[in-house]
Design a binder for this molecule. Structure first.
Ligand SMILES: C[S@@+](CC[C@H](N)C(=O)[O-])C[C@H]1O[C@@H](n2cnc3c(N)ncnc32)[C@H](O)[C@@H]1O
Length: 269
């Protein structure tokens, strides 16, 4: 499937402009109680705009007859979900109940304050680790933007277990793989090993999703100027994806070469 490079807009009739996202981001920032909207906020808004384009594309066939249950994993201050709720989902004609989860209680307090001021009573926020949070029910859509290191894996575990049909996941910092490089003849160069480590971890995540019955794409959801961490795993559970058994076997093969790719507590044969 390869990496599809960032395109300005996915092929869909619904278009969300940068200007609209910037306006929504300013509104959200004001509801947070912050007086400024600086370079950092603008950059985040552009990141959210690009992610929003992927939501439009992924959810083009989602049901409109009932509200969708959406999980935002490692939501931080939930800029993505607020923009989705205010702009992207209404443009698609989708109603939703959004659950944001973050392990930092102050960020969750900020999310609740923003939701309260914007009168968004169909959003709820939980201060918990993704591995431990009690989700209110099954999930239709799960997204995570830059969940730190292992939080991305916890997010994928929870999204798959909760039965999410659509998963949009942009990993952030990666833990380092230590084992397997010597045996595979990789140069003893920290920088190269670090980059390879990132790619291998995302490859294992890709295969884990395929093995769970998802059709997966790895897309550059934004240009490198917007964020250097711009790889998105975009997945939809379907019966017409690659055979899960084949993906599981590939994952096992990869983990035999690089044993740190085996999920914690699980030995892959
Ligand atoms: C880089 S921030 C991204 C926040 C937000 N998604 C965004 O794009 O603005 C990463 C977030 O992950 C949260 N986090 C890290 N590990 C977590 C875990 N195991 N469970 C829940 N949240 C976690 C951090 O508290 C932080 O808010």
């Amino acid at each position: 499937m390869g990496i599809a490079r960032y395109r300005k807009a996915p092929p869909h009739a619904v278009r969300i402009s940068e200007r609209e996202v910037l306006e929504a981001a300013r509104r959200i920032r004001a509801a947070e109680g912050a007086a400024t909207f600086g370079r950092r906020e603008r950059k985040k808004a552009l990141e959210v705009h690009r992610f929003g384009e992927q939501i439009v594309f992924a959810l083009r066939g989602a049901p409109r007859s009932r509200p969708l249950a959406i999980l935002d994993g490692a939501c931080g201050k939930s800029h993505l979900s607020f923009v989705a709720r205010l702009l992207v989902l209404p443009a698609l004609g989708i109603r939703a109940r959004i659950v944001g989860v973050d392990e930092v209680p102050q960020r969750i307090a900020t999310c609740r304050r923003i939701a309260g001021r914007l009168e968004l009573d169909d959003m709820e926020f939980h201060a918990a680790r993704l591995a431990d949070v009690a989700l209110p029910g099954p999930v239709d859509v799960a997204w995570a933007l830059h969940a730190c290191g292992p939080a991305t894996d916890q997010f994928l575990d929870r999204a798959i277990a909760a039965g999410a049909r659509w998963i949009l996941c942009v990993p952030c910092c990666h833990r380092r793989i230590e084992r397997g490089f010597e045996e595979a003849g990789v140069p003893a160069c920290g920088r190269l090993r670090s980059r390879l480590s990132d790619v291998l971890l995302d490859a294992a995540r890709f295969l884990r999703l395929e093995a769970a019955g998802y059709r997966v794409d790895a897309v550059e959801f934004a240009g490198g100027d917007v964020t250097p961490r711009n790889l998105m795993l975009r997945a939809e559970r379907t019966v017409c994806g690659r055979p899960p058994a084949d993906a599981a076997e590939r994952l096992a093969r990869l983990a035999r070469l690089f044993p740190d790719l085996a999920p914690p507590g699980r030995t892959l044969r």
